[in-house]
Design a protein around this ligand. Structure first.
Ligand SMILES: C[S@@+](CC[C@H](N)C(=O)[O-])C[C@H]1O[C@@H](n2cnc3c(N)ncnc32)[C@H](O)[C@@H]1O
Length: 285
């Protein structure tokens, strides 16, 4: 995969299948993980109050979000533990990890990520094949399959997460991971105070989170003009601006993505159906 040096000097890769980089090149890969995922989910503060902390990480990718979370919590609460469930469909990312030159802050963590084992794990009668990494301050379980199917299985367990990193590729190309159906399942997997953070500023995504029953808020932009998004059931999150409330109510683009009940539609089908509804909306304007 082609390497790209991002704005803060940290490295990312370009994914040919999705024709997108794994991180924002303008914000910087490491900076994006810190400002759009670790900070908005407030895990550093949480780790001072609760041990262990459970994180659901959608799209392990190159592991920046996970490694940044581990680094920040370990720095601030050395006795805390993070238990991270990472969902990822592409097993070849483990090879990519070997080729990543991690930023200085994460240099100690990457060798540990490569030191895992594949094993079979039972959680409340659900069986998962996982790549497991265990260390003093963290446990990571990477589950390699379509995240939609993993979330369906996790839904049947009693697991409840303290924070969620939602980091799929963009809704236009990775549409199956941005639907109301999936957000509804994840909602049940979150503690009431837990915060879900995503880099996305898409109206369709924001509308989808609201329809799934979340309240949503905006996170100060970094490396671009648009604010990123947080969602929670009862957690303290920054408010929506009046302008964004108005857009969510009146813009023809404020329509959510939908999957079928089994969560098996292709991204193209989900997008086509959405485009059909968008066209109807635009015809009315
Ligand atoms: C933007 S990258 C994630 C970057 C990552 N969070 C990091 O910090 O380096 C999106 C990831 O989602 C994965 N992905 C895309 N569709 C998926 C699906 N349906 N199920 C599971 N993983 C998926 C991709 O393989 C890719 O690794």
């Amino acid at each position: 995969m082609r390497k790209i040096i991002t704005a803060d000097g940290s490295l990312t890769l370009f994914n040919e299948e999705y024709q997108e980089a794994y991180h924002s090149t303008k914000a910087g890969a490491y900076t994006e993980s810190f400002h759009k995922f670790v900070k908005p989910t407030k895990i550093v503060k949480l780790a001072k109050e609760k041990n262990p902390i459970y994180i659901l990480d959608i799209g392990f990718g190159l592991g920046y979000n996970v490694a940044t979370a581990i680094n920040e919590v370990a720095k601030n609460s050395p006795d805390s533990k993070l238990i991270i469930y990472s969902l990822e469909k592409d097993i070849s990312i483990l090879d990519n990890l070997k080729n990543i030159e991690p930023p200085e802050e994460l240099k100690n963590i990457y060798p540990k990520l490569l030191n895992g084992n594949f094993e079979s794990k039972d959680i409340d009668k659900q069986n998962f094949k996982v790549y497991t990494v265990k260390d003093k301050n963290f446990e990571i379980y990477i589950i390699f399959e379509d995240a939609r199917q993993t979330i369906k299985k996790l839904y049947k367990t009693n697991l409840e997460f303290d924070a969620v990193f939602w980091d799929a590729f963009s809704p236009k190309v990775n549409t199956e991971l941005w639907t109301v159906n999936l957000f509804k399942l994840v909602k049940k997997l979150m503690k009431p105070y837990a915060i879900l953070a995503t880099y996305s500023a898409s109206l369709a995504v924001r509308k989808g989170l609201i329809e799934a029953g979340f309240k949503i808020g905006l996170v100060e932009p970094i490396g671009r003009k648009s604010y990123s998004t947080v969602a929670s059931l009862e957690g303290e999150i920054p408010p929506l601006t009046e302008k964004e409330k108005e857009r969510l109510e009146n813009s023809p683009y404020a329509i959510a993505y939908y999957d079928n009940e089994k969560l098996t539609l292709s991204p193209q089908k989900i997008k086509e159906e959405w485009e059909g509804r968008l066209k109807q909306n635009l015809d009315k304007v």
